[in-house]
Design a protein around this ligand. Structure first.
Ligand code: PMV
Length: 341
């Protein structure tokens, strides 16, 4: 670490992404390799902004999340990604310098809104600049994926695929499929609870793999489902994408519900939103839902129908608010330099 570089700082932004074809399950061996392929949409309208600062006075890494000093597991995950970016990079000439990380979301953290995806994607880009590591976006994607698989997808904008891992091969970046302006869709997030989710996705998928009699069936069907979703996205065919996307989410949750103890991520409003979407469809709307490891429901609809569908979802009992998002761009560096960001 050169003296000139001490005090270097960088700020990056990244958007969350929502999987249309779900990732749920890891290979038994390897650095956080997904057992199934997934396909996501990166979302404008929600953003994580992360600053990474190198300071000679720091004795260890420091993490501030949404304004609060944080210790324990989140700091370990940050350090894991910083180590991956640093070791073996062009800038590395010794031990990795300690950094101060300040990360802020403009949406609820750890509530099934994919905050870890945008957080680790933004961190990868900011750390790469602050540490002078010179990593490619593919390298940053593969590294972010090792900390949170969905984060590997948020390095890219628009529609993004993350293939299933191959045992023994740690290299696995996500791949862009189509840019944000490929398709004028809106993704509405019906927020049905406040506060963080109870069971993390890692714990949930490990429990599903270890105990659910439906896990093998979920994995066996995932590649064909992802392929169907990929073709529907490329053809801008919502009538095919919608049911395939709903099936991917419901089969993931079916496998999770079969775990012991069962993983029930839904609340009453989650089910009410799903049935509302079905009712809207019966009345002629094009709207389809998906659900992650939390109680919120995300609804895809054409831009032209978004206001009307959002207004209907907001009326559902138990829905706190509806966030309207559109396809968004890749993670990006917004500032880099020698002074404080
Ligand atoms: O990447 P993780 O560990 O945050 O897991 C993401 C799991 C789901 O959000 C439920 C599905 C997905 O593909 O994003």
């Amino acid at each position: 670490m050169s003296v000139e570089a001490a005090g270097a700082a960088a700020v990056a932004e990244a958007h969350p992404n929502i999987a249309l074809a779900k990732y749920w399950g890891k290979l038994a061996e390897g650095p956080n390799l997904p057992a199934v392929p997934s396909l996501s949409l990166t979302l404008a309208g929600m953003v994580t902004r992360t600053a990474v600062r190198l300071e000679s006075s720091l004795t260890g890494d420091e993490l501030t999340l949404d304004g609060e000093a944080t210790a324990g597991r989140p700091v370990e995950r940050v350090a894991q990604l910083l180590d991956l970016v640093w070791h073996g990079s062009e800038g590395a000439d010794g031990p990795r310098p300690a950094v101060a990380v300040d990360s802020r979301n403009d949406f609820p953290t750890a509530a099934g809104l994919a905050s870890s995806a945008s957080a680790f994607a933004a961190l990868a880009v900011a750390a790469n600049a602050a540490l002078g590591a010179g990593r490619s976006v593919e390298e940053l994607s593969s590294m972010a994926r090792q900390v949170s698989a969905s984060a590997g997808r948020s390095l890219f904008g628009g529609f993004v695929e993350l293939p299933a891992g191959r045992a023994g091969d740690g290299w696995l970046p996500a791949q862009p499929l189509a840019p944000a302006d490929h398709w004028a869709l809106r993704l509405l997030v019906a927020v049905t609870a406040v506060g963080p989710k109870t069971v993390s996705s890692t714990e949930g998928m490990n429990r599903t793999a270890a105990t659910s009699p439906y896990y093998d069936a979920w994995v066996a069907g995932a590649a064909a489902s992802c392929q169907q979703i990929r073709e529907a996205v490329l053809a801008r065919d919502l009538a095919t994408l919608g049911p395939a996307m709903e099936a991917s989410a419901l089969r993931m949750h079916a496998a999770a519900l079969g775990a012991a103890p069962p993983l029930l991520y839904w609340n009453g409003a989650t089910v009410e939103v799903m049935t509302t979407v079905q009712r809207l469809r019966a009345a002629g709307a094009e709207a389809y839902f998906t659900i992650d490891a939390g109680p919120h429901v995300k609804v895809i609809t054409p831009a032209a129908q978004a206001d009307q569908v959002a207004a209907e979802l907001a009326l559902v009992e138990g829905v706190h608010r509806v966030i309207t998002t559109a396809p968004g761009g890749p993670a990006r560096l917004v500032a880099a330099g020698a002074g404080p960001p």
